[in-house]
Design a protein around this ligand. Structure first.
Ligand SMILES: Nc1ncnc2c1ncn2[C@@H]1O[C@H](COP(=O)(O)OP(=O)(O)OP(=O)(O)O)[C@@H](O)[C@H]1O
Ligand SMILES: [Mg+2]
Length: 490
């Protein structure tokens, strides 16, 4: 046996490499989110503003046309000369102005060839959606269009004018550029301020927490790696306090484990040499047993039995003290034959004291490590033999040990059953725990613990089953390996 302590024995864990960073860090996510929200808010502000800018521009031009119409339509100004009309139209930016009262429409001024109308805007009706769409049509349309604008004149009539949308588009573009710059400057400053504040208040402390976890898991026994809480009173402060508490607890547990592992190692070493010394003592006592002296003859068997028990004890403790059982080397095992071997090793064949019956279906195959399965059944069988042998030696008592098995989908259930006195109540509480389950004089309390550990290594379970009659029944369930070895039927 290799006496060097393994990592598990010493309680030291291998330093874990820091986990690779997945995706963008919190700071980047925050920056992108802030910029995206600033853009969304700018769009939400810009859309209604550009639409109302267009309406205001058109209303202003309609008001100018209204004033011009008052001058041109005055009854004392019979015929306004063509040049004055053109000058006025140019000043207003229109190609024609008309006023309507009731159903009578009167053209006040017009260029010689008024263009055809592409769109009409009635300023007396509120159409927010249509206004927004029209604003973008004006902004994005590559061709110059003529718009007919209709509104109320302050004289109580209705006024109409035809106007080109080119100056409107230019004004809107200038306005957009101004707004864009302003928005860019404001949102940049706001984003930066927000980013810096959130980064300082949340991202950095969270990064500190996660970095500490990485550092701590790399060297969990170093007290310097325990996080120093910053004293914050919010949720992050609470997380720091909790983490520090957990790290302290973990370090205490690790230290405890290390002490236990060191102790276990020392006990194993002492045990090892003690077994050798006891083996020499056994040799001498065997020779002592050969002496004809009646006193020696009386005491030698007791001495030999005591030494046998002591050696068995040291051996089983040694087996358990081994750092770890090797992982099971699984094969297909014929269970009926293996059970016969176990019976042989327990001295059950050819004796009449205990009736042994192997009722495992012939040819039933188990997917298990043959040596480990032997040890499992040997421990269960030995317990049963000890239970049947001990206590009342009345020859009329039925002493029977039965081992059987059945195959269910993907697993084999093996039972070891005896007609002994049953497992005492005191033993049941810690039945599968090392050194704790034994209530038998001379018992170590390791047999069932070892069996349970080996069964667990196969992914199976061992339980003390309920039994109608007297005696004890242990059931071991061993699942087949997953994959091609899985066998059903049988
Ligand atoms: N078939 C059984 N019938 C009655 N009692 C049982 C049976 N199997 C186990 N026990 C009880 O459970 C206890 C624990 O068993 P376990 O095999 O773990 O330890 P042990 O037999 O006392 O010692 P060891 O097997 O280490 O020499 C036994 O002491 C015994 O009291
Ligand atoms: Mg036992």
């Amino acid at each position: 046996m290799d006496d060097r302590p393994t990592l598990a024995e010493t309680g030291r864990t291998a330093p874990r490499a820091p986990p690779p960073r997945r995706g963008l860090g919190l700071s980047w996510k925050l920056l992108i989110l802030t910029a995206a929200f600033a853009m969304i808010s700018a769009v939400m502000i810009y859309v209604p503003r550009i639409s109302s800018y267009r309406i205001t521009w058109l209303s202003d031009h309609l008001a100018m046309a209204d004033i011009a119409a008052v001058v041109l339509a005055s009854p004392d100004q019979a015929d306004v000369p063509r040049e004055i009309q053109d000058e006025l139209l140019k000043a207003v930016g229109a190609t024609a102005i008309a006023i309507r009262s009731g159903s009578v429409s009167r053209l006040i001024a017009a260029v010689e060839m008024p263009p055809t109308v592409d769109a009409t805007v009635d300023l007396r009706i509120m159409q927010p959606t249509e206004d927004v769409m029209e604003a973008f049509r004006t902004l994005l349309s590559p061709q110059e269009r003529t718009i007919r604008v209709v509104g109320n004149s302050y004289t109580g009539t209705e006024i109409e004018l035809l106007i080109s949308d080119r100056p409107l588009r230019q004004a809107m573009l200038r306005y957009s550029a101004g707004v864009l710059w302003l928005w860019a400057a404001i949102s940049l400053i706001l984003s930066l301020l927000l980013f810096m504040a959130v980064n300082r208040m949340f991202v950095r402390p969270i990064r500190r927490l996660s970095q500490n976890m990485v550092d701590f898991s790399a060297d969990p026994q170093n007290p310097g790696r325990v996080i120093a809480p910053s004293g914050r009173r919010d949720e992050i402060g609470l997380a720091e306090d909790q983490l520090a508490g957990m790290q302290h607890d973990l370090q205490a547990t690790l230290a405890e484990q290390r002490h236990l592992a060191d102790l276990g190692l020392a006990v194993s070493k002492i045990n090892h040499d003690l077994r050798n010394m006891l083996a020499s003592a056994q040799l001498f006592s065997d020779r002592l047993g050969g002496l004809p002296d009646p006193t020696v003859q009386r005491f030698a068997p007791k001495l030999i039995a005591a030494l046998d028990r002591a050696i068995a004890f040291t051996q089983s403790t040694l087996a358990y003290g081994r750092a770890r059982e090797a992982p099971p080397a699984r094969r297909l095992v014929r269970l009926d034959r293996l059970v016969d071997e176990v019976a042989d090793s327990l001295g059950l064949t050819g004796q009449t004291d205990i009736a042994f019956s192997n009722v495992v279906p012939e040819g039933l195959e188990v997917d298990a490590d043959p040596d480990q399965l032997f040890r499992i059944l040997n421990n269960l069988g030995r317990n049963a033999v000890q239970a049947l042998d001990g206590g009342d030696r009345n020859p009329a008592l039925v002493r029977r040990l039965t081992v059987g098995a059945r195959r269910e989908a993907g697993k084999v259930v093996i039972h070891v059953e005896d007609t002994g006195p049953g497992v005492p109540e005191r033993a049941r509480t810690h039945l599968f725990q090392a050194f704790q389950g034994s209530v038998r004089p001379g018992g170590t309390g390791l047999g069932l613990a070892i069996a349970a550990e080996l069964v667990r290594a196969h992914g199976g379970t061992v339980v003390l089953a309920d039994k109608a009659g007297p005696g004890a029944r242990f059931e071991v369930t061993l699942p087949d390996r997953a994959g091609p070895a899985t066998r059903n039927g049988g």
